[in-house]
Structure formats: C-alpha cells, structure tokens
Design a protein around this ligand. Structure first.
Ligand code: TTP
Ligand code: MG
Length: 408
C-alpha cells in the first residue's frame, strides 16, 4: 500500500462503458445496407466541416474524429459521407443510460455514448464486477442492437484503458497496479490521460517515450522536469490515480425538462396525453441520471399562433417517477384552455432535492416496492421495445399499451 496516496488505500471498482463507433453504428442500425462500408459522419465532401466519427472500415484509411472533411475525403474518396441524426443518438443514449443506472447511481456520464460507473457498492448485489460488465454488454446489445466496449479497473484511468484495449465489442479487466505495470509498461506515455501531443514531445526530448521509461525517474526529478504534474505522472506510471467518479450534481441546473414539436398541429387531447406520458418518462429518466427529485412540475403549451401557455404545480413531496410527473402534467392539461391547435408540448421539473422529502410508512413502502417492481418490468419492456419519443399514432398506441401494463 502506498502511504502517500489515500486513493490507493481504499480500492474501488470502476467500470467504463463506451459504445463502438457510436454515431456510425446507429446509422448502420437504421440502414443495414451501410454495414461493412467506410462511413463518415459529420458533413458532405462538398461542405466545410469535421468528422464527428467514422466506421471502423473508414478508420483503416486513416480517417478519425476531429479531422476536416476535406482531409477525410483525400484519404477516403470512396467513403459514404453523411450528416448525423442527433435525435436518434440521444434516443439510444437514453436507453443505454437506463441500463447503466440499473446497476448504480454513481455514474459520471461523459458523453452520449460513454460513462464511468463506480460499482464498488454494487458488487455483492450483482455478483461481481465481471458479471456486471458482461451483463451490461449483453443488455446493451439486446436493447439497442449495438455493441459497446467495457473496461474494469480500480480507478477511472484503468477502467478507460480497459475499455479501449479490445475495442470494438471489447471487454478487459485491469485488476491491480501490478497488472497495469506489467501489461502496459511498453506502451507510449500518451496512454496516460492528460498527456497530449505537447507533453509527450517534451517527455520525448528527455528520453521518456514509454511507461517503462517513466518508471525509471524519481518523483522529485519528474517534478523538476514538468512541474507539479510530475507527482501525478509518477503515480500514473504505477497505475495509481486519485480520480473519482463524479455523478452529475444537483447544483448544475435549476430545471430539467423535455419538449416535442408536432409535425402537424395537434387537436386531439388523447394524443396530447400520450405525448405527455412519453415526455414524463423521458424527464423521469433524466432526473434519475442526475439523482434528483423535483417538487415543481411545469406544463408548457405552444399554440399554432406561437402563443405560449405555461402552468406549474408544486407537489407536497419531491418526485422522480414518471407516473407522478405524468399525473401532475395531465391535471394541468385538463385545466388548460386548449383554445387553438397545439404546436409544441413540454414537461419540465424544478425545485430539486436529492431525495423524496416524504417519510414513507410501512404500508406505503410495500406499495412503493410493488410500483418499483412494475416500473422495472416496464423498463425491461422499454429496453426491448425501444423508447422512441414518438411521432406516429400507431407507436403512441403501442406505448400506451405498455404504460397500461404498468397500472395492472
Ligand atoms: P467516441 O466514443 O470517442 O467515438 P466512437 O464511439 O465513434 O468510436 P469508438 O469505437 O472509438 O468509441 O465518441 C462518441 C461519439 O461522439 C462519436 O460517435 C461521435 C461523437 N464525437 C464527435 O462528434 N466529435 C468528436 O471529436 C468525437 C471524438 C466524438
Ligand atoms: Mg465510443
């Protein structure tokens, strides 16, 4: 044990999950004829822009994220170039986040397709880190049809290195600093998070190219060479980092909501109620991700003359579940004048707490447990079915059936 570093004394288990070629994989999912082709998402060759991502087939030509489309076209003129469908990426990201949240709320979502989970407290409940990792991969594939890579480590650095190691569809465990050193010592220093091109060049000038080279330096000599970050570098070369998984904090925002604009103006109240149900569900998921409970619920209606109607209700207890949010907004819709066709509906939440204020009685707790169980069943169905923020009446109706199931 390292006396100087408290993080080392309290071993944690961190899992990093990252979807493979995310935007490109979603495009292939929605249009299977693109499978196996070099696909570049971002802009068309005739436009200015950068590569958001590309399929692994395109990566063989040297194309990568952040590169200008012009350069990508030079490397890969036979590629298929397209704009992204961001609505779909968000939709699938929601499904993946929902799966991750069923293992712990200690999650730092880094991007739409990536997150760090501190699963230290979940190991006993779910049967160990590797079981959780494989289960996440299986459920992500079953639910979305897409592969992801999972890394398991004892800090964020090793978890991330693990998920990158066997990409795509990878799974890799870095169980200890000893393993880290043995396995990675011949890799370039660039694998350490925070070492960019400039730092790597500076280290190279001083004869440091690999982790092994770094290990030969004394801590104070490294500090003299690169300043205070020398301390971190000294530890990182030994697989040690005091990085922490930081779940989104409640202080980040004052309100959270979702809205949809109808393709054509809406007159049907039943359809509006269905939309509110889906929005409530999406908002509930967002609150779960942030570990928030809201006591103020707001309904927003925009009419086709762009006149805005918003009404709020403040509940006695802070809530997080979609049923409670839906009940509040549907009651607000009942009272709304609905004087003209509706163009947009929105549901938002505010007045956040970290937990429901209300003390639950034994009887209620039994009921709450049943509701929670049903909710999980429903989540499972959503996982399989997909959770579109829906456009068509048919889809709305199908989701309605799922929601009705929740009331049984
Ligand atoms: P990444 O996880 O970095 O890349 P990826 O999922 O496409 O590929 P990999 O298999 O290597 O993980 O980023 C996730 C998505 O974020 C990516 O599909 C597109 C988007 N993105 C950008 O828009 N711009 C960028 O510069 C990067 C790096 C990603
Ligand atoms: Mg990715």
């Amino acid at each position: 044990m390292n006396e100087k570093n408290p993080a080392e004394n309290k071993r944690r288990t961190i899992l990093h999950m990252d979807m493979d070629a995310f935007y490109a994989a979603v495009e292939v999912l929605d249009n299977p004829s693109l499978a196996g082709k070099p696909l570049i998402i971002g802009a068309l060759p005739t436009e200015r822009g950068v590569v958001s991502t590309c399929s692994y087939e395109a990566r063989k030509f040297g194309v990568h994220s952040g590169m200008s489309i012009k350069d990508a076209y030079r490397l890969c003129p036979q590629g298929i170039y397209m704009h992204g469908h961001y609505h779909r990426y968000h939709e699938i990201s929601d499904q993946v986040h929902e799966i991750l949240l069923s293992y712990t709320d200690q999650i730092e979502f880094v991007a739409l397709d990536e997150g760090y989970l501190d699963i230290t407290g979940s190991l006993m409940l779910f049967g160990g880190a590797e079981k959780i990792g494989h289960e996440i991969k299986d459920r992500v594939l079953q639910t979305t049809g897409l592969t992801c890579s999972v890394g398991i480590g004892y800090n964020k650095m090793t978890a991330k290195l693990g998920s990158e190691e066997k990409k795509p569809d990878g799974f890799f465990v870095i169980p200890s600093p000893e393993f880290f050193v043995t396995y990675f010592e011949n890799r370039p220093v660039r694998i350490i998070p925070g070492i960019g091109g400039k730092s790597a060049a500076h280290l190279h000038e001083n004869g440091i190219d690999t982790i092994h080279d770094l290990l030969e330096w004394k801590e104070d000599a490294l500090v003299r060479l690169v300043g205070q970050t020398g301390h971190d570098l000294y530890l990182a070369a030994r697989g040690i980092a005091s990085d922490r998984v930081q779940p989104a904090s409640e202080y980040e925002q004052k309100s959270y909501g979702k809205e949809v604009t109808y393709q054509s103006d809406m007159l049907e109240k039943e359809e509006m109620l269905s939309t509110l149900k889906l929005l409530s569900r999406s908002v509930s998921l967002g609150l779960m991700k942030r570990g928030l409970f809201a006591s103020t619920i707001t309904l927003k209606i925009k009419y086709n003359n762009l006149k805005l109607h918003t009404r709020s209700v403040t509940l006695p207890d802070a809530v997080q579940d979609s049923g409670a949010i839906y009940r509040a907004v549907s009651a607000l819709l009942d009272k709304a004048p609905l004087e003209r066709p509706v163009r947009l509906l929105g549901v938002s939440t505010s007045s956040f707490q970290n937990e429901p204020l209300h003390q639950i009685t034994l009887e209620e707790s039994d009921k709450a447990a049943r509701v929670e169980k049903l909710n999980h069943t429903l989540m499972g169905l959503y996982d399989r079915y997909g959770k579109n923020i829906v456009r068509t009446a048919g889809e709305l109706e199908s989701l309605q059936i799922l929601e009705d199931h929740n009331k049984l």
